[in-house]
Design a protein around this ligand. Structure first.
Ligand SMILES: [Zn+2]
Length: 493
C-alpha cells in the first residue's frame, strides 16, 4: 500500500515533457500512482517501485487515434500491436458509417462493413454487448466508439439503395439511443459509399437529433472528396447546425488530380464554418488513400494498387493498369472482375496533405485497416510518420503542436474525460519517445512493421510496451463519453 505520501508506482525521471496542450517542452519528472498522474515536477525526493530514466527524451500523453476501423480487432487481437508500437493508447472505432455494433446481419456484411471482418465478426446486436466484449478481451489500448449510420441502415432496411422511411429512421434512432446511453461517443456516416449514398441529408439530420442531449458528436466520411467537396462540406455543416452538435470531417483530403491544390479553398470553407459552429477534422499523413475497391474510381487517371481480391488473391500488390494489360481488358473491366477487393488509391497531392495536416483544426487519425492482408502503411506508421518525417525531417510543424493534434485536441473533441494531457489526476496514458530517432518503418511494400524510437508506452498507468517489445500487460478498456469540459463547445478546437 502507499502509506508514504511521496511514493509512486512508477517514476519517470528527467523527461522533456510535452504536456499535450501545445505548450513548449519543459524538463520534468512524472509520478504515476494507481493508474493516474500523481505528481509532475522535480520529484527527486520521491520513492517508486519502478524508476525510468528518460534521459531527456520526450514524454507525452499517449496518442489518441481518432480514426480507426479497429472495432473487431480490439477483441480478436487485443495485443493491438499496430497501435501500441506507435505510442497510441486510445483508439476510436466506428468511423465512416461502419461499426461492429449494434449490428444484426441478414447475410454477408454490405460494403464497406466488410472492412471490419466477415460475417462471423459481427456478434454484437446491442452496443452494450460490444462494450462487454471489449472489456472481456482486455485490449492493450483504450477503446471509444462511434455508431455507424450504415450499420444502422443495414439493421433496419431491406435494401440500402434508397432513403430510409420514417419508421426505419425511428428504428435506427432507438438503436443509436441505446448506444448513447451506454457511452457511445456519437454518430458516424459514410455517405460516399453505395450503402449510404442514397440517404438524403434529411435522413442523417433526423438521426443526429438525439446526439446533443447526450453531449455526443457527428463525424462524417463525406458524400464526396472529389470535385464537389465544398458541397459535401456544406452538407456536414448543415447536419451539425440542425442537431446542434460538433462535427468532425473524417480524413479530410482533396481527392483526384482535377481537385489537387484545392486544400486552400477547402480550409477556407472550414474556417468560415468554424466561426459559426464547432467543426474539426482528422487526416492521416500520406498522399495515398485506401478502402474497398470502388469501380467508379477506376477512371485511369491515377494508379490504384490492389491490396486484396476475393476472386483473385494473386493480384494483391499489383496496379490495376498492369492487371488490365495482363488480362487484355479495360481497367474498368479489370476492376469489376477483381470485386470484392481492397485498394490503395494514389489520389492526393503532397502539398494538400501538408496544408491540411498542419492546420490547427486537424487531428491525427490513422484510418488503418487491420483486416487487410496488405494494409496501407498508415495502420502501423501514421503517428511516428508525423513526428519523424513531417516534424523533424520536413519541419512542417513544431513537435509540441503535432503532439497536441494527437492528444488534447482529440480528447476534448471526442469527450474523453481526463485524457490527452499530462496533468495531475488525469489517467496515466503516456508515451516516451526519442524525437531524434522516431520514425515510421511501415512502407507500402512492407507495411506491417513497428516504428522506431518509441521507447515506452503506459496505458492507465501500466507499462504496456518497452524497448521494442510488449510487456504482456494489457490495461486498456472501453472508454465512455465523458462530460464535456468547460470551453469545449466552441473555440477550444
Ligand atoms: Zn472513411
Amino acid at each position: 500500500m502507499h502509506s508514504h505520501p511521496e511514493a509512486a508506482d512508477t517514476l519517470i525521471v528527467g523527461a522533456q515533457l510535452y504536456d499535450g496542450t501545445g505548450a513548449p517542452p519543459v524538463e520534468r519528472d512524472v509520478a504515476i500512482r494507481d493508474g493516474r498522474i500523481a505528481a509532475i515536477g522535480n520529484l527527486s525526493n520521491w520513492l517508486a517501485e519502478e524508476v525510468i530514466e528518460a534521459n531527456g527524451r520526450a514524454l507525452a500523453p499517449g496518442f489518441i487515434d481518432v480514426h480507426t476501423h479497429d472495432d473487431t480487432h480490439v477483441i480478436r487481437s487485443p495485443q493491438m500491436l499496430p497501435k501500441i508500437t506507435q505510442g497510441v493508447t486510445t483508439v476510436i472505432v466506428g468511423n465512416c458509417g461502419i461499426s461492429a455494433s449494434p449490428v444484426s446481419l441478414k447475410g454477408d456484411p454490405p460494403d464497406p462493413m466488410n472492412l471490419l471482418g466477415e460475417r462471423d465478426a459481427f456478434q454484437y446486436p446491442t452496443f452494450a454487448a460490444y462494450v462487454e466484449a471489449v472489456n472481456a478481451a482486455r485490449p492493450a489500448v483504450n477503446v471509444g466508439a462511434l455508431i455507424g449510420h450504415t450499420a444502422l441502415r443495414s439493421n433496419q432496411m431491406d435494401r440500402l439503395d434508397r432513403a430510409a422511411t420514417a419508421a426505419e429512421i425511428d428504428g435506427m434512432r432507438a438503436q443509436l439511443e441505446e448506444a448513447l446511453s451506454n457511452g457511445a461517443l456519437g454518430l458516424s456516416s459514410g455517405l460516399a459509399y453505395g450503402s449510404a449514398f442514397s440517404a438524403p441529408t434529411e435522413e442523417v439530420m433526423a438521426l443526429a437529433e438525439p446526439l446533443a442531449a447526450a453531449g455526443a458528436l457527428y463525424t462524417t466520411h463525406m458524400r464526396t472528396e472529389f470535385d464537389a467537396i465544398l458541397d459535401a462540406m456544406d452538407e456536414a455543416y448543415r447536419v451539425g447546425r440542425h442537431a446542434h452538435v460538433p462535427v468532425v470531417i473524417s480524413h479530410l483530403k482533396c481527392a483526384g488530380p482535377s481537385n489537387w491544390g484545392r486544400s486552400v479553398e477547402v480550409l477556407k470553407s472550414l474556417e468560415g464554418a468554424r466561426r459559426l459552429q464547432p467543426i474539426g477534422c482528422d487526416c492521416y499523413p500520406y498522399n495515398r488513400s485506401s478502402s474497398t475497391l470502388d469501380v467508379k474510381q477506376v477512371t485511369g487517371d491515377i494508379d490504384i494498387t490492389i491490396t486484396w481480391s476475393e476472386p483473385h488473391p494473386e493480384m494483391a500488390g499489383k496496379v490495376i493498369r498492369e492487371i488490365a494489360a495482363e488480362w487484355g481488358v479495360t481497367q474498368q473491366e479489370a476492376g469489376k472482375r477483381l470485386q470484392p477487393a481492397g485498394a490503395v488509391y494514389h489520389n492526393m497531392s503532397e502539398d494538400d496533405v501538408r496544408r491540411i495536416l498542419s492546420h490547427p483544426a486537424t487531428m491525427v487519425g490513422s484510418d488503418g485497416l487491420p483486416n487487410d492482408p496488405l494494409p496501407h502503411p498508415r495502420l502501423w506508421g501514421a503517428f511516428p510518420r508525423v513526428l519523424g518525417h513531417y516534424v523533424r525531417d520536413a519541419g512542417l510543424l513544431p513537435l509540441e503542436e503535432a503532439v497536441r493534434k494527437m492528444t488534447s485536441l482529440s480528447a476534448r473533441r471526442f469527450g474523453l474525460a481526463q485524457r490527452g494531457e499530462v496533468h495531475i489526476g488525469y489517467h496515466a496514458d503516456l508515451v516516451l519517445f526519442d524525437p531524434a530517432k522516431v520514425r515510421d518503418a511501415a512502407t507500402f511494400e512492407k507495411p506491417q512493421q513497428a516504428a522506431d524510437g518509441i521507447d515506452a508506452v503506459w496505458v492507465n498507468g501500466v507499462l504496456a510496451y518497452r524497448d521494442g517489445a510488449v510487456t504482456g500487460e494489457r490495461a486498456g478498456h472501453f472508454v465512455a463519453r465523458g462530460a464535456a469540459s468547460k470551453g469545449d463547445a466552441h473555440g477550444a478546437f
